[in-house]
Every structure is written in C-alpha cells, then in structure tokens.
Design a protein around this ligand. Structure first.
Ligand SMILES: Nc1ncnc2c1ncn2[C@@H]1O[C@H](COP(=O)(O)OP(=O)(O)OP(=O)(O)O)[C@@H](O)[C@H]1O
Length: 265
C-alpha cells in the first residue's frame, strides 16, 4: 500500500481549503481595524463571521472579495490571489463568488427576472434566450418561479432576499458571501432563509461565508464560527457553535452565546 508522506498529506489537506486568508491587516488611514488575521475555509463549509458591532466583520469580507486592498497579507479564493490579481483573474474570480450584501439591493426599475439576468448578461456570453432560461431556473431554485415579472417593490422582504440570492447564484459560484442575510426579516422568514441556504449548501456544495450575529442562524447554519473582536483586532475564537458555546473560557464568547434561546442546538 502506498502511504502518502507527510508533505503529500499536507497537500491533500491544503487542497480542501477553498479560502486561505493569511496575515491579513486592514487599515483605513491611520486606524488599524484588523491585524494579522489568518484562517482557512474548506470547500463546502459554512463559516459564520460574528462579533460585536464595529469589530471589523464587514471589513474582513470586503477585503476577502477584493473591494479593499489589505495593508498586508494575502487572500486566495478558489485558486485566485485576490490581492494581486490581474483584471483577467479578477473577472474569473467574480464568476466564482456570489455576494449578497445589504447594500446590494435589486435595481428597482428592473423586474426580478431582469435583475437575476444581469450578471449572466455581463459575464456568461450566453444568448439572451439562454440567459433567461438560466435566470428562471435560479428563481425556481429559491421558490420564486411565479414572481419573475414583479418589480422589487411588489414583493415581500423575504422574497427580495431570495431574489438577491438567485442573482448572487446565477453564475454558479463556488463561494457565496452574505452580510447579515436575515437583517430586517421576522424570525420565521429568517428561519426559512436559513433552510434555503442550508439546502443550497447541501445540494450544490457551495461554500458560504456569512456575517451574522443572529444566534438561531448561527446554530442553524454554521459548521464553524469565527469570532472577531476589537481587541486584539482579529480572531478571538474559531470552532463549531456548540464547541464555542460549551467549551470557550473567553468571557466575550461566553456572553455572546448566553443570548442563545433555550432549545437551540
Ligand atoms: N470604508 C471605510 N473607511 C473608513 N473606516 C471604515 C470603512 N469601513 C469600515 N470602517 C471602520 O472600520 C471599523 C469596522 O467596521 P465594520 O463595518 O467592518 O464593522 P462590523 O463588525 O461589520 O460592524 P457592524 O456589526 O456594526 O456592521 C469601524 O470603526 C468602521 O467605522
């Protein structure tokens, strides 16, 4: 039997990671928000980024997807060195990730179907007919088959999120990023969205990075939680929600998980 040597084993382990963040330092002017942050995310994993307001959750994700340039460190996602990517590589990168931010609202004067078609028209090179077919498929995946011709103003908040999700997924991304996906939703609609994300993760194997501080969502979704804090401007804990809740000795982590409603697991 061929037993792989340790470097080959390491290689296999490394290849499991689809996201590698190494020594990331984020600054705005004189102020350092994140210092020397490193972690990896495995293919198919759902990682939640949590932590108090202003600790740098959005800043981290914005650096990961190339919106901001880090002061130091590297980010490699699906094989693309995001920090040093050429415009060609960035274009490839954008096809391999989907982003659903609160600010990424749908365009109000376009129908939901047209909104979902937009990334395909920009990136796919498909004919208009095929673009529409793919967009309709994605709308059915998120349970919005009958709503393609509605304007965003004509559907509920939960439906808008699902339409945004269809748009974020339309290029079949390997990684999806969400910033507070359940913000503004009632608990039932929020739980429905969690179920949808989970079914997409399980059905398609899509890796997900989700910013949220909603404990039900954390327990519904997360394989691992990365907790950030202003001190030391970075990661204070990484682990499954149950591990962090039951085993952490850090009072900040304990306090965070104490808000968990009874009966969540
Ligand atoms: N573009 C920017 N320019 C200057 N400062 C910024 C910028 N973006 C974020 N910051 C600052 O970085 C810090 C972290 O902000 P960030 O939005 O990443 O925190 P957060 O953890 O996502 O917070 P919240 O949970 O409140 O959304 C804050 O002090 C914020 O003011």
């Amino acid at each position: 039997m061929n037993v792989p040597d340790s470097s080959a084993q390491n290689q296999v382990l490394m290849e499991r990671s689809i996201i590698k963040v190494k020594g990331l330092t984020a600054r705005f002017g004189e102020s350092t928000i994140l210092q020397n942050v490193s972690f990896e995310v495995e293919k198919g994993e759902i990682v939640i980024i949590a932590g108090g307001s202003g600790c740098g959750k959005s800043t981290l994700v914005r650096h990961m997807i190339g919106i901001h340039q880090p002061a130091a460190g590297s980010v490699v996602i699906a094989g693309v060195d995001v920090v040093n990517a050429s415009s060609r590589d960035l274009s490839y990168f954008r096809r391999n990730i989907g982003v659903l931010f609160q600010s990424g609202a749908l365009l109000g004067s376009y129908t939901i179907l047209e909104n979902v078609m937009l990334p395909l028209q920009e990136f796919s090179g498909l004919s208009l007919e095929n673009v529409e077919q793919v967009a309709r498929l994605k709308l059915s995946l998120v349970g919005l088959s009958g709503y393609g011709n509605h304007l965003p103003s004509e559907v509920s908040g939960g439906m808008l999120k699902r339409a945004g999700l269809a748009r974020a997924m339309v290029l079949d991304p390997k990684v999806l990023f969400f910033d507070e996906p359940s913000a503004g939703l009632d608990p039932i609609t929020s739980a429905e969205l969690d179920r949808l994300l989970l079914s997409i993760n399980q059905g398609l194997g899509t890796t997900m990075v989700v910013i949220t501080h909603e404990l039900p969502s954390i327990f519904n979704l997360a394989h691992r939680v990365i907790m950030l804090d202003k001190e030391p401007k970075g990661i204070i804990a990484i682990g499954s929600p149950v591990e962090l809740r039951d085993k952490s000795k850090d009072p900040r982590v304990i306090n965070f998980f104490r808000r968990e409603p009874l009966g969540q697991e």
